[in-house]
Ligand binder design. Structure first.
Ligand code: PMP
Length: 409
């Protein structure tokens, strides 16, 4: 197996104990741990360069602006954007999708128009569209899943027709691990003149991502799921789409001129960054991207495929355990959802915590998907570049222990 275990030394938190046991952190789909390189970059910013960006003519303000804009250049390069202006800093994936819903959807949708989603979406890629549909009279329509937890591309022709104006779908499911049919969905959207919006919250951190190759119109992701801090994320958009999009938030920094009764907008990307941005967080985001680039996203992906394969094989040894998601690691990432007999996932997570194992339990902000799976909740182990096979072994031993404790026959 590709050994990235030396990287663990960069993550101070991985040394801690929980209930007297070494922490086994298997919740990176919720948020990732931070390497010292990211912590140091943010600390250095606050200690030595803290000033507001884009306004001051003094040295520190220029330094802060350069650090902030440098982070934008890094993030843009990381996803192969054509230019840094195609990257708008947001609070995260959720606010990035809302920006498109309110900035593009609100102004382009009419009664009878449709927004096509899939049934495996996170609430962040459902609720903003429902809100905008309610105002515009548009309707939501959904691509179903196959029995083996993939988006049913055979249904694309039925769902994505000329009424559809927006196709919004996740690049990788936070529950199933399923990698979305990016090329097919983008092509189908284009064929009917719809825009495509990718919820890449789980894709960008775990899979090499080239926005120009994917060919979508918008793509959203969060720094905290890719070794960076909370409070910042990015919306990438094609320049022409950004030009035809209205700002969803108004305020300082985003204007060219303000008159008493009207205003004009600043150029990209500032048009979409109202108010003081999350400067230190963007600096941390840039450092996170540097870190991932130094490791190499191909290696991150390879490592995750290997550890996910190992986890799926070991979980298959446990009687009464059901995994929800594709088995082929070519089609999935490292979020592994499961249930164990009729033990409630919350109880399971509490038992695992006694062994130092951190997994998430619940509906994972994907209630429509839970209904498709016909379960109220699942437990989810999710992996990242710092996880090692020995941690899967601890998880598996703790699951056996849970079976014993709950008297599962
Ligand atoms: N989409 C997916 C697929 C996610 O996994 C998440 C985070 N769980 C989000 C959207 C929302 O991301 P954030 O909370 O960082 O805005």
């Amino acid at each position: 197996m590709l050994d990235l275990s030396h990287l663990r030394a960069d993550f101070p938190i991985l040394d801690r104990q929980v209930h007297g046991k070494p922490l086994v952190y298997l919740d990176s789909a919720a948020t990732t741990q931070k390497p010292v390189q990211v912590l140091d970059a943010m600390d250095d910013y606050y200690r030595h360069h803290n000033a507001n960006v884009h306004r001051g003519a003094y040295t520190m303000a220029e330094e802060a602006t350069e650090l902030y804009e440098g982070a934008r250049r890094r993030v843009a390069r990381f996803i192969n954007a054509a230019a840094p202006e195609e990257v708008v800093f947001t609070r995260g994936t959720t606010s990035a999708i809302n920006a498109v819903a309110y900035g593009w959807g609100l102004h382009h949708l009419q009664p009878g128009d449709r927004i096509a989603l899939t049934t495996m979406e996170h609430h962040a890629n459902i609720v903003p569209w429902q809100l905008v549909a309610r105002v515009t009279g548009a309707e939501l329509t959904y691509l179903p899943l196959t029995a083996d937890f993939r988006v049913d591309v055979g249904a694309i022709g039925d769902v994505i027709d000329s009424r559809v104006k927006i196709v919004a779908f996740s690049g990788m499911s936070n529950v199933l691990g399923t990698i979305g049919p990016l090329a097919e969905a983008v092509a189908a959207a284009r064929a009917v003149g719809a825009i495509s919006v990718i919820d890449a919250a789980q894709l960008v951190p775990h899979h090499p991502t080239d926005v120009r190759a994917i060919g979508a119109d918008f793509l959203a992701f969060s720094a905290h799921k890719m070794l960076g801090p909370t409070g910042v994320g990015a919306l990438w958009g094609r320049r022409d789409r950004f030009e035809e999009m209205e700002p969803a938030e108004g305020g300082g920094e985003m204007i060219r001129d303000v008159q008493l009764h009207s205003s004009t907008w600043a150029d990209l990307p500032h048009k979409f960054e109202a108010g003081t941005p999350p400067i230190a967080e963007a600096v941390g985001f840039g450092a996170a991207v540097d870190y991932l680039e130094a490791v190499g996203m191909d290696r991150v992906r390879d490592h995750e495929r290997e550890i996910t394969r190992y986890a799926l094989d070991r979980l298959a040894e446990i009687p009464d355990l059901t995994v929800y998601g594709p088995d082929d690691t070519a089609q999935r990432g490292g979020a592994v959802s499961f249930t164990l007999a009729d033990i409630h996932p919350h109880d399971l997570a509490t038992i695992l915590d006694q062994s130092g194992v951190a997994v998430r339990a619940g509906h994972h902000c994907a209630k429509p998907l839970m209904r498709v799976l016909d379960v109220p909740a699942t437990a989810r182990a999710s992996f990242y570049l710092y996880n090692v096979p020995g941690e899967v072994d601890v998880l598996v031993a703790a699951l056996h222990e849970a079976r014993r404790l709950f008297g599962v026959a």
